[in-house]
Design a binder for this molecule. Structure first.
Ligand code: IMP
Ligand code: MG
Length: 187
């Protein structure tokens, strides 16, 4: 059984530095701004993990932008997805006729986005795409791919830049691998 993070002195190792993240986020914003040239883009941040990425990405976009958030829970307090996805906060506004870009922190099994895509498409947006800061393709269970990917990473459990372990570490500036004593990583 995993010990709780507060009692066990986990180690953190930088995987992607603050500087690399900043440079890549800027590149993504340039690419997205070109693809949606002259259009209004409606960003949907998937809470809680995507809020830091969304804040940085949106401030580099050079097109008109609106923002809404959806709360989704799939992990609970653990480190492996329960497979059961549920909405904890719905969007405030309608999606009808809008160009939607869903903003995710990480694409893992794909279950969360598959579920979200079904719900959002039923609300008749003009278009729907996905940008994810991180992609762990080896973990994929569902046939899901992102339109824009910040970094492709191996099968490691990462925290920081919005990503958490039991709600901790979201405020770290780098993306770090979290390892607990006695385990290679918590993945
Ligand atoms: P999926 O449904 O398996 O694709 O999982 C997506 C969600 O799981 C992400 O939005 C994260 O909240 C969480 N997640 C997956 N891998 C990690 C990780 O390495 N660290 C922290 N959260 C993760
Ligand atoms: Mg998430």
């Amino acid at each position: 059984m995993l010990m709780s993070a507060s009692n066990s002195n986990p180690t953190l190792e930088v995987l992607i530095s603050e500087a690399r993240i900043a440079a890549r986020v800027q590149e993504l914003a340039v690419e997205i701004s070109a693809d949606y040239h002259d259009r209004l883009l409606h960003l949907i941040g998937v809470l809680n993990g995507s809020w830091v990425f969304l804040a940085d990405l949106s401030r580099h976009l050079e097109i008109p932008v609106t923002v809404d958030f959806m709360g989704i829970s799939s992990y609970g307090q653990g480190t492996t997805s329960s497979g059961e996805v549920r909405i904890t906060k719905d969007l405030d506004g309608s999606l009808a006729g809008l160009d939607i870009l869903v903003v995710e922190d990480i694409l893992d099994s794909g279950s969360t986005f598959l579920y979200l895509e079904k719900i959002l498409k039923a609300r008749q947006p003009r278009s729907l795409r996905l940008v994810t800061l991180l992609d762990k393709p080896v973990r994929r269970v569902q046939p899901v791919r992102a339109d824009y990917v910040g970094f492709t990473i191996p099968d490691l459990f990462v925290v920081g830049y919005g990503l958490d372990y039991a709600q901790q570490y979201r405020h770290l500036r780098d993306v770090c691998v979290l390892r607990l004593p006695g385990s290679e990583s918590v993945a």
